[in-house]
Design a binder for this molecule. Structure first.
Ligand SMILES: [Zn+2]
Length: 335
């Protein structure tokens, strides 16, 4: 647990406006800085540190025109932590507005040639752990030289090496989350999981729609083909009952099955072939036509009275007509 010296400990001026607090969801980590005085004169005592901090605040506000000293927190070689802007407030130290929104800013009060003490390292780990409690996704610890686009030597070779070694990385006990932080992280993970599930659901529905469309098309094609096959079978069945000389327009008549003899009782007249013209014989009764009152008989048999059909004793129709005329097209016996 880090105890932070208040702003009053270094006689800070009040800030002049400022960018406000960091946004939890945007913060990726903390950037480590040094003053970069170019001097090897140590700044170790509390008075010396307080005086130095006030000088840098004046420089940042009066010369640079910033709202406050640029950093969030300072850590000195004695292991003191100093409240500058504070861990919640966006810094002005990282190089541009985007970097300031994505990273916090911790100032190590190191001068040229100095190695960070064990006390500075321990307190810095505590500060980073506090930062992570405020910003659970802000776990990165980066030297200023790694993020500033136009380059810098900040925070110096010794601090850079310490970062690389993990000297400022909180241990598990230092990095323990409070229940509230755990809940915040849990909420974040749950929200992401739900968004992912929704995305998967939408993808699946899109894929499934494509499958259903393809399936429906297959069904339609299948029905079209089976409809055609059924219609062909039905047509064949009808054609099979048609007589040989049934007028067919364009439809080819299927190969005829062995045809039963037509039933004259049920065969429709429509299906009968056109009868040949009747022979042109004089059927008028005697005396009504002709000169001798009798029908001509080529074979010399008795004249036939056409008005009254002669019937043989057994009921069979008379054989007609006489030779010289075409035979009746349908020789079937009449009832
Ligand atoms: Zn820096």
């Amino acid at each position: 647990m880090v105890v932070y010296l208040p702003r009053s400990a270094w006689n800070a001026r009040p800030p002049n406006g400022g960018p406000g607090n960091l946004t939890v969801s945007r913060v990726q980590g903390a950037v480590i800085h040094w003053p970069g005085t170019g001097s090897t004169r140590p700044i170790h005592s509390q008075t010396a540190v307080a005086s130095a901090l006030r000088g840098w605040q004046d420089f940042h506000m009066d010369d640079r025109g910033w709202s406050d000293i640029a950093y969030q927190v300072a850590v000195d070689q004695a292991g003191r932590a100093w409240t500058l802007r504070g861990l919640r407030v966006q810094s002005g130290a990282n190089g541009n507005a985007d970097l300031n929104e994505r990273y916090g800013a911790v100032l190590l009060i190191l001068v040229t040639g100095e190695q960070p003490t064990a006390a500075m390292k321990a307190t810095t780990r505590g500060v980073i752990a506090d930062f992570r409690r405020l910003f659970p996704r802000g776990t990165a610890i980066r030297p200023h030289s790694a993020v500033r686009p136009d380059g810098t030597d900040c925070p110096g070779p010794a601090a850079r090496a310490a970062i690389a070694r993990g000297d400022f990385t909180p241990t598990s006990s230092e990095d323990d989350m409070t229940p509230a932080q755990m809940q915040e992280l849990k909420n974040f993970i749950e929200a992401r999981s739900q968004a992912y599930a929704l995305w998967v659901h939408r993808q699946l529905r899109r894929d499934l729609s494509a499958v259903v469309r393809a399936y429906a098309l297959d069904i339609k094609n299948y029905e079209r083909q089976t409809d055609a096959a059924d219609a062909q079978r039905a047509a064949a069945a009808v054609w099979a009952t048609a007589p040989d000389n049934f007028p067919t327009n364009t439809e080819p008549k299927p190969a005829p099955d062995p045809q039963p003899e037509p039933d004259p009782g049920t065969e429709p007249d429509l299906l009968l072939p056109e009868p040949e013209p009747m022979p042109t014989v004089d059927t008028a009764p005697d005396g009504a036509s002709g000169t001798d009152g009798s029908a001509p008989a080529a074979d010399g048999s008795a004249p036939v009275d056409a008005a009254a059909t002669p019937v043989t004793p057994d009921g069979a129709p008379d054989a007609q007509p006489e030779s010289g005329a075409d035979p009746e097209p349908n020789p079937e016996p009449k009832r």
